[in-house]
Write a protein that binds this ligand. Structure first.
Ligand code: CTP
Length: 440
């Protein structure tokens, strides 16, 4: 019996896939189809896949062409499969020509002509959303760059006071303006990355004009404002999401799940530090708390919740400009746990994250907010485990993708729960109104 194997994502199964499977099957007597797992696709940067692996496997099964279906979970698996299943022929579309020649040491490699004029990518990009970006620093370039990887989303306009910071990541046909109305007019959805004191106003104006909003954290400096923005979004049938790239890093989300699933016993303490030295020379600079606070608060609120008993904020202001905090510490006491967040742009420290539990701890080395790696450590070091998850585009790509998907499906797929957004704004409010607050 001649065995043939082929692999693919097979998202939104289409005529091109059918033809490929038919021809692959005709090469032998038995066809094995490898369908990529969700994690495998995510790790290789294919984040736009619409259907889950279960749905894609079912679609391949429904073709009636596969004699066996397997899931492709890791790089290098093809060699393992070919040997394990005694495969004679490896077949794949010729968009991969040359890429799998190395498999000819194990079996015959056949490239089949790809069917022209159809692909999952094309079917997926049914929507064409025009993104408007509000921002005055180089972060706007990153957003433009990452946007180009997201199906159905394209940068249409930028509102900025500093056009000189924009670089070649900004496509040529993008409208650069200093007029908010012009930006809103040219866009279907808005990424707000202005100065934190303006987030609320920018988000509100956009929502009132029925534009979907992804607003960089902190989305507002008062909890009440978050509630108001959510209400306006609801009334105008718009998506309102908070943006924070760390929330979209796979490794971060996995460590939260592991901490919550009891792998280190009961969580007793969460300690997060985020620092980066910056000059206090610009009045418009983000403060240490607004720049880093939402990131530092994220693991605390995601793991311990937002129902803390007490909070204490200790801050050290700049002698040059008292609107700027060089360093701020936020200390929480919960019923059965404690948390400490230290942020600074005028103080340098180790930027690690430690989640301590009764049976072990999770250690994320600096810079933990860009994490693709963490360790679970136990008393007996033989029980330690390391975890690695590839991170493409610092999380911004996945954040934009979640935003576009939310708009299409008319419900928010945010990685930041509503109560976390509100609680973070509440901390900003305590700081600015000097509640539970000490200056050193
Ligand atoms: N294929 C094909 N003709 C097409 C599309 C895909 O022959 N028009 C083949 C690919 O070459 C591959 C298999 O079908 O061997 C699975 O491809 P997959 O990557 O899942 O499909 P695409 O439509 O190319 O998906 P995407 O647009 O996400 O890359």
């Amino acid at each position: 019996m001649k065995k043939v194997i082929t692999y693919g994502t097979f998202d939104l199964l289409h005529y091109g896939h059918m033809r490929l499977l038919e021809r692959a099957k005709a090469l032998g007597d038995y066809l094995i189809v490898g369908v990529t797992s969700d994690t495998y696709d995510e790790n290789r940067g294919k984040i736009n896949v619409r259907q889950s692996v279960m749905e894609r496997v079912q679609a391949v099964r429904n073709t009636g062409l596969a004699d066996q279906i397997i899931v492709e979970e890791y790089e290098g698996q093809k060699i393992d499969d070919i040997r394990k299943y005694n495969v004679d022929i490896f077949a794949i579309g010729d968009d991969w020509r040359g890429k799998f020649d190395y498999l000819s040491d194990y079996c015959k490699v056949v490239y089949l002509e790809r069917t022209k004029g159809i692909s999952s990518t094309e079917i997926r990009s049914g929507q064409h959303l025009k993104l408007g970006i509000i921002g005055d620093n180089a972060y706007v370039n990153k957003v433009c760059r990452e946007c180009s990887y997201v199906n159905g989303l394209e940068t249409a306009a930028i509102l900025t006071k500093n056009p000189e910071v924009l670089d070649q990541s900004v496509p040529e046909n993008v409208l650069i303006t200093s007029d908010l109305d012009a930006l809103l007019e040219a866009s279907d959805c808005i990424f707000v990355r202005s100065h934190p004191s303006l987030h609320y106003e920018h988000a509100k104006q956009a929502l009132l004009k029925k534009k979907h909003v992804l607003c960089e954290a902190p989305a507002a400096l008062k909890a009440e404002q978050i509630r108001e923005l959510k209400k306006i979004a609801e009334e105008n049938h718009c998506i309102f999401m908070e943006g924070l790239k760390t929330a979209y890093a796979t490794a971060f989300n996995r460590l939260v799940l592991l901490a919550k699933s009891g792998l280190i016993g009961e969580v007793i303490s969460v300690d997060a530090r985020c620092t980066s030295i910056r000059e206090v020379d610009e009045i418009e600079q983000w403060s240490s708390l607004t720049e880093w606070g939402p990131t530092g608060l994220l693991p605390v609120f995601r793991i311990l919740g937002t129902d803390y008993q007490t909070v204490n904020i200790i801050t050290k202001k700049s002698a040059k400009d008292d609107r700027f905090d060089l360093f701020t510490q936020i200390h929480f006491v919960y019923d059965h746990a404690t948390a400490d967040v230290k942020v600074g742009m005028g103080v340098k420290s180790e930027g690690d994250l430690v989640i301590s539990g009764t049976e072990g701890y999770i250690y994320v080395p600096a810079p933990w907010w860009k994490t693709d790696y963490f360790e679970i450590r136990h008393e007996d070091i033989r029980d330690n485990k390391r975890y690695f998850f590839q991170l493409e585009g610092e999380g911004i790509r996945k954040e934009l993708h979640a935003f576009a998907e939310s708009i299409e499906d008319e419900r928010a797929f945010s990685n930041i729960e509503g109560n976390v957004t509100e609680a973070a704004a509440g901390i900003m409010e305590e700081y600015y109104f000097k509640k539970n607050y000490t200056e050193i």
